[in-house]
Design a protein around this ligand. Structure first.
Ligand code: FPP
Length: 242
C-alpha cells in the first residue's frame, strides 16, 4: 500500500538502535526492560520494510564494545536474542524473510550460535527481505579480519599476489563480513546521538545518515516510514557533480 506512493525506496536500510536504557530509565525500570521493548521496534521495522519494498534491513544489535557492559546486561541481552530468534523465526520464514547474523561469532556462546545457524538455514531460500543482525560486530573488526584474509591469500602464490594487487575496491569488498550484501543506502541512528560508533565504516562511505531524537523503543512503523520519506528527498551525488 505504502510503496504505491513512495518513490526512490532505499534497497538497504540500516538501524543503529540506541536509547533503550534511557527509555527504561524514564519509566523507572531496569535497562533490560528497554531492550525487551526494543525487540517490538525491530518487529515493527521488519513489517514496515516489507510493506515498503525495502530489500535489506540491518540492525546493529550488539557491538564489539558492548562486551564491556556489566556482565548482567550482556547475559540478559544474549538471552533476549536467543528468545527473540526462536520465537520469531517461523513467522519471518512465512513472510519470506531471510535471516542473517554478521559479526565475530567466536565470541558468542554455543547456544546462541546454534540458534543462529538454525535460523539462517531455515530462511536461506527467502528473498522478500533480508534481515541482517550485526552481532558482536564493529567496523574496525571487519576491516581488520578482511585485511588478514587478504594477506593470507597474497602468500598463497605470486599469481594470487599479483591478482590481489591489481584488484579495486570491489575486490576488497569480497573479504568483508558483508560480502554480497549491498552497502547501506540509509543509516538511521535513534536517540539524538550523531555518531557511527564503529559501525559499517567501509560500507557506509556513501550512505545517507539520519539522526533522530526518538528513542529506539519508540521507533515504530510511522518513524520508519518517515525515514524513507527523508531518504526519498536526498540527492546522492557520490562525489560527482550533477
Ligand atoms: C542500545 O540502547 C541498544 C542495544 C545495545 C541493544 C539492542 C538490542 C535489541 C533491541 C535486541 C534485538 C535483537 C534481535 C535479534 C531481535 P542502549 O542500551 O545503548 O541505550 P542507552 O543509550 O539509553 O543506554
Amino acid at each position: 500500500m505504502a510503496s504505491e506512493t513512495m518513490t526512490n525506496v532505499p534497497v538497504h536500510v540500516s538501524m543503529i538502535m540506541d536509547g533503550n536504557g534511557r527509555w527504561a530509565k524514564e519509566r523507572g525500570k531496569e535497562r533490560v526492560f528497554g531492550h525487551y521493548e526494543g525487540v517490538e521496534s525491530v518487529r515493527a521495522c521488519v513489517e514496515a520494510a516489507v510493506e515498503n519494498g525495502v530489500k535489506y534491513l540491518s540492525i546493529y544489535a550488539f557491538s564489539e564494545e558492548n562486551w564491556n557492559r556489566p556482565q548482567e546486561e550482556v547475559t540478559a541481552l544474549m538471552g533476549l536474542m536467543v528468545k527473540a530468534m526462536a520465537a520469531e523465526m517461523k513467522k519471518l520464514d512465512r513472510n519470506g524473510v531471510r535471516f542473517m547474523v554478521i559479526g565475530n561469532r567466536e565470541r558468542l556462546g554455543d547456544s546462541l550460535n546454534r540458534t543462529i545457524d538454525e535460523c539462517m538455514e531455515m530462511t536461506a531460500h527467502n528473498d522478500t527481505l533480508t534481515l541482517i543482525v550485526f552481532l558482536s560486530y564493529s567496523g574496525k573488526w571487519d576491516i581488520l579480519q578482511a585485511a588478514r584474509k587478504m594477506a593470507d591469500d597474497m602468500m598463497e602464490s605470486p599469481q594470487k599476489r599479483e591478482e590481489i594487487e591489481s584488484m579495486g575496491v570491489e575486490g576488497f569488498d569480497r573479504y568483508l563480513a558483508t560480502a554480497g550484501i549491498p552497502d547501506p543506502d540509509l543509516i538511521v541512528r535513534t536517540s539524538g546521538e550523531s555518531r557511527l560508533s564503529n559501525y559499517l565504516l567501509w560500507q557506509g562511505a556513501y550512505s545517507e545518515l539520519l539522526f533522530v531524537d526518538t528513542l529506539w523503543p519508540d521507533f515504530r512503523k510511522e518513524e520508519f516510514r518517515a525515514a524513507l520519506e527523508y531518504y526519498s528527498k536526498r540527492d546522492r551525488r557520490y562525489g560527482k557533480v550533477k
